[in-house]
Design a protein around this ligand. Structure first.
Ligand SMILES: Cc1ncc(COP(=O)(O)O)c(C=O)c1O
Length: 375
């Protein structure tokens, strides 16, 4: 039986979410663009889901779009900001997810756009004052793109301050909220951002369906052209059962958020305590004791342990070395490189969910102790 500690890569779909999707897989298969009864039924399901998502973040339904996931939502924001909204400068950070970082690199390569990286401190944190300093240095139309929480080390960005700074300097603000959407409450009226992105499979929903929130003042244009779906913003027949599943997953996440946060944080705290007690010189990457995601713990192991992740896998423990998208490559983690340079310690990301148990942490710690201390 495996132990799954890779919830930042993806989560187990909640059985209640599966139940909500089944009627749309089996019985209600009409194309939502069809005008007959079957089509109207599925169109209603999509619009209800949109209304639910919009209400949950205090936005209007016209500001919410369904996409194929976080990657597409982030690509759309960055592309439309430059192509359609006159943005000529992007301020971002070196620890963004590859779907943001590589998109920015691609856009800079193809178009006249300047990119400026905000410096990080030793724990990988963004200082809002550093963002302000960059904003003050130029009058160019700027998009600030900073993730809300880092998927590898769990650092949470101070968006309250950064949002106020962006407003003051007339800059647009995009936040990749893929690791926090469905994990924290959002209110776009209280915390004004121009673009937010989410992905159902990070909060026990199905894979292949995401959210994009665009503040109504921004004239965004499509990335995918064709039919009139998503109010002409994203062509292609909608991922109907995915959208229904996303709504169900978000409903559960919001209803059970406080208890889940408390429980999952307790697993993370327990893992930290047990690792400190059993492995001398163990360390933790990022701001783990400060403003940090309750789901993510990035552990730095002493000594040379190149096969740690591999051996964990053999023992049935699923964890991750970098982001899910880069785990198949041997280039290492760009996030850990940004923090430690080329000599980053052997590190493994463990990420927890409501489906994990305290006893699983005990098994993990015992196995790690064996592997790290008895070599
Ligand atoms: C911070 C962050 N942004 C974006 C993505 C991409 O989301 P998706 O898998 O839905 O394309 C991920 C997934 O790992 C992520 O962690």
């Amino acid at each position: 039986m495996s132990i799954y500690f890779d919830n930042a890569a993806t989560t187990q779909i909640d059985p209640r979410v599966v139940q909500s999707m089944l009627p749309y897989l089996e019985n209600y298969y009409g194309n939502p663009s069809s005008i007959h009864a079957m089509g109207r039924k599925t169109r209603t399901a999509i619009e209800q889901a949109r209304k639910f998502v919009a209400n949950s973040i205090n936005a209007s339904t016209a500001e919410v779009f369904f996409t194929s996931g976080g990657t597409e939502s982030n690509n759309l924001v960055l592309t439309t900001a430059i192509r359609d909204m006159g943005v000529t400068r992007i301020i971002s950070s070196p620890i963004e997810h590859h779907c943001v970082m590589h998109t920015i690199e691609h856009l800079c390569h193809c178009q006249e756009v300047n990119i400026e990286m905000v410096p990080l401190d030793a724990l990988g944190r963004v200082d809002p004052a550093a963002v302000e300093k960059l904003l003050k240095s130029s009058k160019e139309k700027t998009l600030v793109s900073l993730m809300h929480a880092n998927n590898e080390i769990g650092n949470i960005t101070d968006l309250d301050n950064i949002s106020a700074i962006c407003k003051e300097h007339g800059a647009l603000l995009h936040s990749d909220t893929v690791q926090t959407f469905g994990h924290y409450h959002w209110d776009v009226q209280k915390l004004p951002v121009d673009f937010l992105t989410g992905s159902a499979h990070k909060f026990h929903g199905p894979k292949g369906v995401g959210i994009l929130y665009c503040n109504g003042d921004n004239p965004v244009k499509p990335l995918i052209h064709g039919g009139a779906q998503e109010r002409n913003m994203r062509a292609g027949t909608e991922n109907l059962y995915g959208i229904v599943g996303l709504e169900a997953a978000l409903k559960i996440a919001l209803e059970e958020m406080e208890q889940d946060q408390k429980y999952v944080q307790s697993l993370k705290d327990y893992a930290i305590e047990q690792l400190k007690a059993t492995i001398p010189d163990v360390g933790f990457n990022g701001d783990y004791a400060g403003n940090s995601l309750y789901t993510v713990l990035n552990v730095a192991f002493p000594g040379d342990n190149p096969y740690l992740l591999f051996n964990l896998d053999i023992m049935g423990i699923c964890a991750s070395g970098g982001s899910a998208c880069s785990s198949g490559s041997d280039t290492g983690s760009h996030v850990l490189r940004a923090l430690h340079g080329p000599k980053a310690p052997t590190s493994v990301r463990f990420s927890f969910s409501r489906f994990n148990k305290r006893e699983e942490v005990d098994v993990l710690v015992a196995k790690l102790q064996e592997m790290v201390l008895v070599k």
